[in-house]
Design a protein. Sequence first.
Length: 242
Amino acid sequence: MAMKMVRLGVSYYGSYLPWHLETDLKDIYDSGCDDVLVTLQENDFKVFRGKVELTAKMAHKIGLKAVANLWGYACMLGGGNVSRILTDNLGTWQVNREGKKAGMGCMNNPIIVSTLLDIVEDAASYEFDGFFIDEPTTAECFCQHCQEKFRSNYGGSLFRAEPRQLKEFESRSLIEFLEGVCDKVKDIDPKLETSTCIMPKDESLWEDAAKITNLDYFGTDPYWLLMAKPPQVRPRIHKNRE
């Protein structure tokens, strides 16, 4: 039998109720889909765990591949804007140049990183086929951890960084964050797939993101369609695989 070259998938906000999950996933499969991208929020790991524990197993029985979307994590990945980790840990928030906290987590904060890696390990134990890191984006943050990281990497004060150096630091922080998540997934099981989508506004990061060894799939969002603009993508980026 010839291998199917094109796969159809759909994102699924999902339910934590078993009967609802089964009905929805069956409808997704019957409509011709091969894959389902399951949005998993922090609340699903803390409270409504049915979606975490049941979705991938049910999807496999029906014939679907199930990928976990770490949706809206710490309000810094694409998706929802509700985060328990932010409300429980005020020190994880981004901080602007004037010292005011912003309602998003900082990817240089060790609590933000370690909690996300714990979530990945949790979800991986329930048969998901891979993980999607949704729209990580650069941020101008001056929290304690960003200041310390900048000083360690560049010397001097983050507050006195030149614009070019500041942009480079923000880009490097994102790439290292993404790389760390992908490495964790592959440490759990090399067969688990990793994927991300980086928005057109962060196009300068595309090449570096695509070079991440443990990142399997790279993509972007066609937001230009909403503004009736021509496509803003360059020739396909190839990843070398041995």
